[in-house]
Unconditional design. Structure first.
Length: 145
């Protein structure tokens, strides 16, 4: 069951927001989760017959992970995509395609988090690999000593 994603949970907006809906919520250990991306011809990422760069799929994986984690926009604004690992880009998506991105938490070390993602469309792999995200420290509560 998919649910629409309100704009507030992600720090991304047009033209740099790719994720549209959560298809499968993350499970307890975040070994699975799935989101959808609708590729439109009028999106700034497209501007032609396909996305301007398949590297944007790495950003889509990072956005999917942030959304599945809960989509804290303020925390998301203070973190950033820090690296790519074993990223295989097969092709850029084309307008009209409905993509699905499967994401899982692969590792965590301090403020660095590694998410593995698989971007596919109608059974065809478009990209797979891992993104490294540097997460900001959570704000301390006012009563903490």
């Amino acid at each position: 069951m998919s649910r629409a994603v309100p704009l507030a949970p992600l720090p991304h907006g047009y033209p740099f927001r790719f994720v549209d809906a959560i298809l499968i919520e993350k499970n307890a250990d975040f070994s699975q989760g799935r989101v959808s991306v609708q590729v439109t011809g009028n999106g700034r990422a497209s501007m032609g017959e396909s996305w301007t760069s398949p590297l944007l799929l790495a950003e889509a994986i990072a956005q999917a992970a942030l959304l599945l984690e809960g989509g804290d926009a303020d925390l998301g604004r203070s973190g950033f995509l820090a690296g790519l690992d074993a990223l295989e880009l097969v092709r850029a998506p084309r307008p009209g395609e409905s993509l699905e991105i499967d994401v899982r938490l692969a590792a965590r070390f301090g403020s660095m988090v590694k998410f593995e993602g698989h971007v596919h469309c109608a059974g065809e792999t478009l990209a797979r690999g891992a993104v490294l995200v540097r997460k900001a420290a959570a704000p301390e509560s006012a009563g903490a000593a």
